[in-house]
Design a protein around this ligand. Sequence first.
Ligand code: NCD
Ligand code: ZN
Length: 340
Amino acid sequence: MQTLTIRRPDDWHVHLRDGDMLALVAPYTARQFGRAIVMPNLAPPVTSVAAAAAYRDRILAATAGLDFTPLMTAYLTDDSNPDEIERGRRDAVWIAAKLYPAGATTNSARGVTEIGRISRVLERMQAIGMPLLVHGEVTDPQVDTFDREAVFIDRILLKLLADFPALKVVFEHITTRQAAELVASDDFPNLAATITPQHLMLNRNALFDGGLRPHAYCLPVVKREEHRLAVRAAAVSSSPKFFLGTDSAPHVAAAKQSACGCAGLFNAPFAIEAYAQVFDEEGALDRLEGFASEHGPRFYGLALNPGQLTLERGGCAVPTAIGDVIPFGAGGHFAWRLSN
Ligand code: NCD
Ligand code: ZN
């Protein structure tokens, strides 16, 4: 197969940032994806309907002329108010709410300190069919960084799923065999997961490949090969519970190449090319469309995109930098490229 045409995909997890960074990065997402779920971890975070509406306007300005719809999210805090969360959904400003355990990742300081504090919000979201998007890592410093996702399942997620059985939950950017198995299980029909290109392509050796590699550092951190293989198998399994979410999370190079470097990879410029390479390697190109363009909208209860996107085998070269940001795969190649 030399070319592949699929329904236009969506990105169900992306960080578009704000200001100059938004202007730099948003067109890359909008070029490939019809829609994207935009993460709310700005500084300050997007906690109000008004802030989300204003942020959406700035994204639309940054992607003017491109056929792109940003889908906004609310950032949950200990003080989130169920009425405000519901109002944003009813007024079609935001579509979902994001749970960051406080301190788990970039700009999560105002996240939720204890899940019990948002019970009323979760009850309301369950009642109105609003999805909860979860950064699934515990923050307990006693827990090994590489185990934080698996421990989150045991300490927090299983109870959450039991307490709110009808709540739609997306386990974001899964990285472990445990997460892939949990999501695939028939026991949790309302649980789905996004999967990033980096967690399909890298294992934790990438962090230390000849030296410390800040551009392979994201959260949740890439794991052992065993886990990468399990996540790959889930992505290509054709289960409707797994779908595309890049977690593209740009930081300027100086902020990553630092004594305390930021977590996050900028993979938006060649996202669909990276996924196509993985599905090709797995002999599953026929399943890319489901993962990239169908499973996500069905989970969220949205129409599929009308347009199409064509990829060609033959490779694309990734530049060494885009503005002040080093993209995922910088200086290398992916095996597929976007046509025209
Ligand atoms: C994200 C960011 O920089 O906003 N970083 C990351 O490594 N993925 C936050 C997140 O999704 O954890
Ligand atoms: Zn993210």
